[in-house]
Design a protein around this ligand. Structure first.
Ligand code: GDP
Length: 424
């Protein structure tokens, strides 16, 4: 049985918490895309953690955590994170890394920085973790697979060829120092000795696990609107954020993914540039940012203040549909208890016409939000564990959103902690 946990919005929906919770009833947790560019924040009995590359299952001793082939594997980040959690008292996690995962090279990070610098004010707002250059190289077929670390002749030849190409750009476009293949090879030797004990044929491992009836959790990063195909291109990430990609990025049959828990945030937030129809500004935004998440809406990786907005039903319904949501989890609802009223974006006005369908980017740029406003509940709902105990206006907000999403909301998160959840 495979469950996927994915985001319906721009990321930062609180997937980490839901994964941490569902991890309790899983045997294997798999990261299938992305790299250490985004982060999950998890609050559990060991403390508060920001994980960027490790699957959220690392806090349990009964789970195996897997880095799938679809991930952008940053080896120093992986070991930094393992050491960090172990130092803070978490038992050493069982981790497997796909032999088909590709490695984020030191020059990917440099190219990410140089390109953002070159673009100046027109930059993508990258986290500069090398993700776009990494996936570009992967699909240009000049990336380095974990398996290749173990064949030095192949590796050396590849690096020499890659450096010729990269150095033309470095010297002529970016005016930066050239790469030296010998130095890179030395770094890769270090990577090899670090990663060796963890390398595994993950697809084959998961095939056997499925046969044995093991419970597998696929953990997505970011959300639908950052998907390179279905999101707000080009202000997207470089690997698919969709549950469907879980099959590819883990190496399992698509029909095994039976449950797709799509995490929907009770208001909107986004990092980086890109269209954001229900965005709010000024004091209104500052207030929500300050109260949002757990200690404010600031990026888990970069610390950047997140852009804030009201709940966007158009984007979230689309986000759920494109994920194939079988259920939704509505998160950070507790944050909204201070508001007298809550606007919900129910339509986009584009060229004088109102639509409920999420458009392509060119039309999205022209969209103006159409709001419906619901009354607030003016109460702190943290600590409530039963749906019926929620204030009436709060239930009305949830039920309004559920109708808009066209997906059943089965979980409501009313606090950052693992047990702050209401099942429906
Ligand atoms: P992710 O990338 O989707 O896991 O999202 P993040 O971890 O970046 O953002 C979620 C933030 O909200 C984290 O700081 C969580 O601890 C916090 N959080 C998650 N669920 C809730 C909730 O229901 N209420 C509150 N107040 N905070 C939450």
């Amino acid at each position: 049985m495979v469950t996927a946990i994915v985001g319906a919005n721009w990321g930062d929906e609180g997937k980490g918490k839901i994964t941490d919770m569902l991890g309790e009833e899983s045997d294997i947790i798999v990261r299938f895309q992305g790299g250490s560019n985004a982060g999950h924040t998890i609050v559990n009995d060991y403390g508060k953690f920001a994980l960027h590359i490790l699957p959220s299952g690392v806090f349990y001793d009964h789970t195996t955590s897997i880095i799938g082939n679809g991930v952008a594997l940053n080896i120093p980040d992986l070991f930094r994170e393992i050491n960090d959690i172990v130092k803070r008292g978490v038992p050493k996690p069982r981790i497997l890394v796909s032999d088909r995962a590709q490695i984020v090279m030191p020059y990917h990070i440099l190219f990410d920085q140089y390109e953002e610098e070159r673009l100046g004010g027109k930059s993508f707002g990258s986290t500069k973790s090398g993700i776009a250059p990494f996936y570009s190289d992967k699909y240009a077929k000049i990336g380095v697979q974990v398996s290749e670390l173990f064949d030095e002749d192949v590796l050396r030849e590849k690096l020499e060829s890659v450096c010729v190409q990269k150095n033309v750009l470095l010297e002529n476009l970016y005016h930066k120092p050239a790469l030296n293949p010998d130095e890179i090879l030395e770094t890769l030797r270090e990577y090899r000795s670090q990663i060796e004990p963890y390398v595994c044929d993950v697809s084959s491992y998961l095939h056997a696990a499925l046969k044995e009836g093991k419970r597998i959790l696929l953990e997505g990063q970011l959300g639908s609107l950052k998907d390179p195909d279905h999101g707000i291109y080009p202000m997207v990430t470089s690997s698919s954020t969709l549950a469907a990609y879980g099959a590819v990025g883990a190496g399992i049959p698509p029909y095994e993914i039976k449950r797709i828990v799509t995490v929907v945030k009770a208001y909107s937030s986004a990092v980086g540039a890109g269209e954001f129809v229900s965005e709010i500004f000024g004091d209104e935004a500052d207030e929500l940012r300050k109260r949002g998440g757990d200690g404010g809406e600031f990026g888990a990786t970069t610390g950047r203040p997140r852009r804030m907005g009201w709940f966007d039903a158009v984007a979230s319904r689309y986000g759920c549909r494109i994920q194939g949501a079988t259920e939704a989890a509505l998160t950070v609802l507790d944050v909204l208890g201070y508001l007298d009223e809550l606007p919900i974006c129910v339509g986009y006005e584009i060229d004088g016409k109102v639509t409920r369908d999420f458009p392509t980017t060119a039309r999205l740029k022209k969209a103006k939000p159409v709001y419906e406003t619901l009354p607030g509940w003016k109460e702190d709902i943290r600590g409530i564990t039963e749906y019926d105990k929620l204030p009436e206006n709060c239930r009305k907000y949830i039920e309004f959103i559920e109708k808009e999403l066209e997906v059943p909301i089965k979980m409501i998160s009313n606090g950052p902690g693992r047990h702050e959840i209401i099942y429906r």
